[in-house]
Design a protein around this ligand. Structure first.
Ligand SMILES: [Zn+2]
Length: 222
């Protein structure tokens, strides 16, 4: 059995993190309002979004392609930042798809540093986020491996899935530039798990030996 596994969600941390309250509700001079607005714009606070859970229709929808007009926009930048902040708030998560934060777009992100088994190396990497927009698996190994798997949108449930041992994804970055990235093990597993999310598929649809364990730490959700 492979050691690699993917955990993809957790609502408690998101709820706990919450969204900060508006800057102020008290009386203020107009100039102060303006200053606040400028401050918030140049130093946006973290936006941690709640993670959608199994049963939410957004997890079963076919997510929409990100249109060309959205690349380079503040809207896309905000979505990517919110996804990154949300995944950051889930220390056991290695990847996150946009529908998991209620956005029905073909986007997923991964945390390469959290896939690194060597703790020292992971620490040295710092938060290392990979962005995949309009992703497609263009190549996969015929060989499949049994992987332990979990999902941030099916919190506390784990099981075994059969995943291609290696996969290559073609996707666009935040500027719209196409690239390809290949990987094996947990990265290949995350590619398959996340693209399934964009097609409305959850790992519990095909996993075996499903079990509930709210104290599981042996697998990372995605
Ligand atoms: Zn997932």
């Amino acid at each position: 059995m492979s050691q690699a596994s993917v955990l993809l969600s957790s609502p408690d941390a998101a709820a706990a993190a919450g969204v900060p309250p508006p800057p102020s509700t008290g009386r203020q001079q107009p100039a102060r309002h303006l200053m606040m607005a400028v401050f918030c714009y140049s130093h946006p606070y973290m936006a941690t979004l709640p993670i959608t859970q199994d049963g939410d229709p957004v997890l079963r929808a076919i997510a929409a392609q990100v249109p060309a007009g959205l690349f380079g926009s503040e809207e896309l930048a905000t979505m990517l930042r919110d996804m990154s902040d949300t995944l950051d708030s889930q220390p056991d998560g290695v990847a996150l798809a946009a529908p998991q934060v209620g956005l029905s777009y073909r986007i997923f992100i991964v945390r390469y540093d959290r896939m690194e088994r060597d703790e020292e190396v992971a620490k040295a990497m710092g938060p290392d986020v990979g962005i995949f927009i309009n992703p497609e698996i263009v190549k996969s190994a015929r060989k499949r491996e049994e992987m332990q798997e979990g999902c941030l949108s099916v919190r506390g449930v784990y099981g075994y899935t059969l995943r291609h041992a290696r996969a290559t994804v073609r996707a666009q970055d935040e500027r719209g530039v196409w690239f390809t990235r290949g990987g094996g093990g947990i990265l290949a597993q995350a590619f398959q798990h996340e693209i399934d999310h964009l097609d409305g598929i959850l790992f519990i649809d095909h996993a075996e030996e499903l079990r509930t364990d709210t104290h599981e730490h042996a697998t990372e959700p995605a």
